[in-house]
Design a protein around this ligand. Structure first.
Ligand code: UD1
Ligand code: CA
Length: 465
């Protein structure tokens, strides 16, 4: 049977107290609506339609071409919102799953089981329900003595007896598509909130003689809806636990999963060890046998097998196999460390390649440069790449030795097996095997001590007299 999906994402999200539309708030490093789209796509529907409204433009931009988009200009309720999709889906035969852009934790497994259950149930609609420890705020599932679903009652319309029900509407349903739209036309807004409630379709279909049913899921956390920032943090915690568990089951050691923050799309190879307080974001890919120590934050970067990153920050960087970074290094966009390269403490790299086995251990800046293999870059070396308007590129050949505190005023080309004298300010090219020295000669003035104020303070030691 054909599958369709409608995602509700038009609501204002008043309780978030935010200038940003609710469904764009992030869980696990992704907008909630993106997580719902991820799960939706994995169910292989014929079509996905997302209903946008509040912040329509921003939300549509995030959705891109992943879903058809329809606009609900006024937020008159979930039932009214679904009707906005009638032009897109009204004539289809099949089953339609309804999901909410503010409930981002449903797994593909659960939604697949719901589709499968519905397909064989003969129901006009199957609502996905869960047993909530605290059902406050949710619609309650009202059943008759035989356990059949009778209707769903919203918190604000519920009698005290109904409010005592713990089985809640997760906001996810599968409908026979045509019955969905026909019953929606019967929904009124005669209720406590003056809204057109989607859940009212259950009672409408039942009184029309159709069977309506429920599929109860085990894990309430998975059904969590995010209505405020407290729930947002809870959703992040639930997803984090799920993601971390998956990595551990795949052979990654997390010393303290409670303090390890890994975005949904991050990939990590086996036998990698991650210490507490590590943050891995975006589309980061970490290889096998990598060691990440506390304080490391990696965004949209690739770290190859066997590398070690020690308390460092990486953004859009690449760290080659067995390379070592930190402590306290900063690899910025297009930093590329090749195999066994080393960028040590207080080293910054940006738009530059550090070749295989090359070492830059201390207090250096490598920007807009290509450094060959087996190069040693001494402490305090600065690639002076920016003239205030343009960036300039320099090259350093294989096995060269850059003396400590060299300033390389780009653009310059330094050949293979070349040397710069410590403290030099290099403005000209240095051919292969040559040394560049660029510093003024030292002058030494004897008996200078007596001319300093320090002489008045300390006098002069016997030895020096
Ligand atoms: C809804 C259900 C409730 C269920 C709960 C599960 C209704 C009337 N109630 O309540 O039974 O237990 O979800 O989380 O459906 N939206 C629109 N347009 C609108 C109104 C809402 O697109 O006019 C969207 C919202 O953006 C949101 C979703 O529909 O993504 C749910 O709306 P919300 O106001 O959060 O409903 P709840 O009060 O949570
Ligand atoms: Ca909600």
């Amino acid at each position: 049977m054909d599958r369709y999906i409608i995602i509700l994402a038009a609501g204002k999200g008043t309780r978030m107290k935010s200038d940003m539309p609710k469904v764009l708030h992030q869980v696990g490093g992704k907008a909630m609506v993106e997580l719902v789209l991820d799960a939706s796509e994995a169910l292989h529907p014929q079509k996905i339609v997302t209903v946008v409204g509040h912040g329509a433009e921003q939300v549509s931009t995030v959705i891109g071409d992943r879903s058809a988009v329809v606009e609900q200009k006024e937020q008159l309720g979930t039932g009214h919102a679904i009707l906005m999709a009638e032009d897109e889906l009204g004539d289809k035969d099949g089953m339609t799953l309804i999901a909410s852009g503010d409930a981002p934790l449903f797994t593909v497994d659960t939604l697949n089981h719901l589709f499968e259950y519905h397909a064989t149930s003969g129901n006009a609609v199957t609502v996905l329900t869960a047993k909530a420890p605290d059902p406050t705020g949710y619609g309650r599932i009202v059943r008759d003595e035989l356990g059949n679903v009778v209707r769903i009652v919203e918190q604000k319309d519920a009698t005290p007896a109904e409010q005592a029900i713990h089985e809640v509407n997760t906001g996810v349903y599968v409908f026979d598509n045509k019955l969905l739209f026909s019953s929606l036309h019967e929904v009124t807004n005669d209720n406590a909130q003056g809204e057109y409630y989607l859940p009212d379709t259950l009672e409408i279909l039942r009184t029309q003689g159709y069977t309506v049913g429920a599929y109860t899921m085990e894990d309430f956390d998975e059904s969590m809806g995010v209505n405020d920032r407290v729930a947002l943090s809870k959703a992040n915690a639930v997803l984090r636990e799920r993601v971390n568990k998956q990595h551990m089951q795949n052979g990654v050691t997390l010393i303290d999963p409670q303090t390890t923050y890994i975005d949904t799309d991050v990939q990590i190879g086996r036998d990698t060890v991650i210490e507490p307080n590590v943050v891995l974001k975006g589309h980061t890919v970490i290889g096998a046998n990598v060691h990440l120590t506390s304080g490391t934050q990696i965004v949209d970067s690739v770290v190859d097998d066997g590398a070690q990153i020690d308390a460092s920050h990486l953004e859009e960087a690449h760290v080659g196999p067995k390379a070592t970074v930190g402590p306290f290094a900063h690899l910025r966009p297009k930093a590329d460390l090749r195999e066994e390269a080393h960028a040590g403490n207080f080293v910054e790299v940006k738009n530059a390649t550090l070749g295989a086995r090359s070492k830059m251990g201390h207090l250096s800046y490598l920007g807009d440069a290509t450094v060959g293999e087996d190069v040693n870059i001494g402490a305090g070396t600065i690639f002076v790449n920016y003239d205030g308007v343009d960036k300039h590129h320099s090259n350093v050949g294989d096995r060269s030795f850059i003396g400590s505190n060299t300033k390389i005023i780009s653009p310059v080309n330094i050949g293979d097996e070349a040397v710069t004298a410590a403290g030099s300010t290099i403005t000209d090219d240095i051919p292969a095997h040559a040394m560049g020295i660029a510093r003024s000669r030292q002058t030494t003035k004897p008996d200078f001590w007596k001319r300093t104020p320090l002489f008045k303070k300390f006098g002069q030691s016997d030895d020096a007299k």
